[in-house]
Design a protein around this ligand. Structure first.
Ligand SMILES: [Zn+2]
Length: 266
């Protein structure tokens, strides 16, 4: 569903997935949704002028609750949004809005909700509390459980196909970077993290991997210190994966091959 369709304040759903490859774009869309939820002026669209719209713009609206990964002692963002954070939301869900007619919970980087946290969030989706809108912002809607996705209206800044292309490009670049860093452990972790990917996405990813390596070879620039020889080997590795995928080799096996790749040996 396109973003424009959410502009109607009177026809809001109780839950949305906002997806875009860029986090800034997600935030922008979430802000637009929040305006539609909170605006108190008459009319179908957020007015931008009422007390609620102004407070929202100023970042002080009490009926907008943002959830994002917590930060650890060293100031680094944690890898996951914890189930405790989601339970806190669930507990607050039935409390009436402070000022507006409705309130909105926005979960940023929802791909960082682990399965337990997503299952906790299901409570809000299965029996949606009155006067509450939930928005899950993510770069990858596929990372969310089907039980969650099926209960949300999905808003995307790009088509599903563009989204998939963008994601495979990002994955291919990350993999090549891991190889360039010569850190087999990191490469292995990367591969393990993607073992559950669906086969169509893996196909796109290895195609993208091959074309990235080919493009880098064509430029003869030795990007990230990668030699032409290593790039050739990455091309061959990607081709091998594509061949395996044609005969329905499992995703885990493909990532096993990618994890085992050693530019100095293969
Ligand atoms: Zn307004």
């Amino acid at each position: 569903m396109a973003l424009q369709q959410l502009a109607d304040k009177h026809r809001l759903s109780h839950a949305y997935i906002i997806s875009s490859p860029a986090q800034e774009k997600q935030a922008e869309m979430a802000q637009e949704l929040a305006a539609a939820v909170l605006c108190s002026a008459p009319g179908n669209k957020a007015c931008g002028n009422c007390r609620d719209c102004r407070k929202l713009r100023g970042g002080t609206h009490p009926d907008l609750i943002l959830v994002r990964p917590l930060v650890d002692d060293k100031g680094r963002e944690k890898a996951e949004i914890s189930v405790a954070q989601v339970r806190q939301l669930v507990a607050e869900a039935n409390v009436l809005p402070n000022e507006a007619e409705r309130k909105i919970f926005i979960i940023e980087q929802a791909e960082k909700l682990n399965h337990e946290a997503q299952n906790a969030a299901l409570k809000l989706l299965e029996e949606p509390p009155a006067r509450l809108v939930l928005a899950l912002c993510t770069s990858n809607a596929r990372s969310l459980l089907p039980t969650v996705r099926s209960r949300c209206v999905e808003l995307s800044s790009v088509s599903e196909a563009e989204m998939a292309d963008e994601q495979s490009l990002r994955l291919a670049q990350t993999y090549i970077k891991r190889i360039a860093d010569k850190n087999p452990w990191e490469t292995c972790v990367f591969c393990m993290e993607h073992e559950e990917m669906d086969i169509a996405s893996v196909r796109l990813f290895v195609q993208e991997l091959r074309s990235c390596a080919v493009n880098m070879l064509a430029k003869r620039a030795e990007p990230m210190g990668l030699s032409g020889d290593t790039l050739m080997k990455i091309c061959r590795l990607a081709e091998k994966c594509e061949d395996y995928l044609k005969v329905n080799t499992g995703v885990k096996h493909i990532f096993g091959l990618l994890a085992a790749f050693d530019a100095d040996k293969s």
